[in-house]
Design a binder for this molecule. Structure first.
Ligand code: ADP
Ligand code: MG
Length: 246
């Protein structure tokens, strides 16, 4: 059963329609990529999923219940969220950034250390990184720290907003592989916002294509590759958008 779905969700900012009648059910323990041009509503959709943005109409169901805006703090413990540009606290060490939520949950020090160790291994960060501050790390390392922070409490849902967009292509490949390793070790329902079709095809099981606030396609990667064998990723994306608009 899906732990996350949206039904007929609409959202406007004044005259601007950011989401128009979006209905989606996310496949449990799979990675779903949300892909589309800049401004098409991807981040708005992601923020709907953890209550940071409220729909004007329609409903968001999380963990089989209509999202309860009165109990967001409790809910967000079960939802990992990583944003573009990492969103790390600059004045906190890497250790403090990653373990902050566990500290707030009163985890014991051994429990925190054990979870840190697991996450560092999976994302190929070193113990020596823990004492550093975010600005002392490379962009790619910061991104991994953001991923560790989002995964610290073993959330049931993981929301990633263009997590690798600002990273050079080679480092991005490393982190993409680490995300896959992390996902294999700890499968969790993941929504990955990206504008990169190559990334979507590499990481995702399901692909959702958006254009101007609407979902124009929601299709499994397997079916997509069957239907369009051997297409270059961006051409594939364009033909899917064109096909849907026709
Ligand atoms: P994407 O993540 O796909 O680039 P967004 O979801 O951030 O797109 O934005 C969708 C549209 O809604 C854009 O036109 C954006 O300018 C607008 N928008 C997003 N957030 C706000 C906001 N808080 N106030 C006004 N307009 C917004
Ligand atoms: Mg965005």
């Amino acid at each position: 059963m899906t732990s996350l779905s949206l039904s007929s969700v609409c959202k406007a900012y004044g005259e601007l329609v950011a989401l128009e009648d979006v209905s989606l059910a996310f496949t449990p323990n799979c990675i779903t990529a949300i892909i589309g041009r800049s401004g098409c509503g991807k981040s708005t959709l992601l923020r709907m999923c953890n209550g940071l943005t409220r729909p004007d109409s329609g409903e968001v169901m999380v963990f089989q219940q209509a999202l309860d805006y009165a109990s967001l703090p409790a809910l967000r413990k079960r939802i990992g969220y990583a944003v573009q540009g990492t969103g790390l606290f600059p004045h906190l060490t890497v250790r403090a950034n990653i373990s902050l939520l566990a500290e707030l949950e009163n985890w014991s020090k051994p429990a925190i250390d054990q979870r840190l160790e697991q996450l560092l291994t999976l994302t190929q960060l070193q113990q020596s990184h823990l004492a550093k501050y975010p600005h002392q790390l490379s962009g790619g390392q910061q991104q991994r720290v953001g991923l560790c922070r989002a995964m610290m409490l073993s959330p049931e849902l993981l929301l990633l907003d263009e997590p690798f967009a600002a990273i050079d292509p080679l480092t991005r490949m490393d982190i993409q592989e680490q995300l896959l390793a992390l996902h294999e070790a700890e499968p969790v329902t993941t929504v990955l916002v990206t504008h990169d079709m190559q990334e979507a095809l590499l990481l995702a099981d399901e692909i959702v294509i958006m254009e101007a606030g609407r979902v124009v396609q929601a299709i499994s990667k397997t079916r997509l590759l069957e239907q369009y064998p051997g297409q270059e990723p961006n051409r594939l994306l364009l033909s899917l958008m064109a096909g849907a608009g026709a």
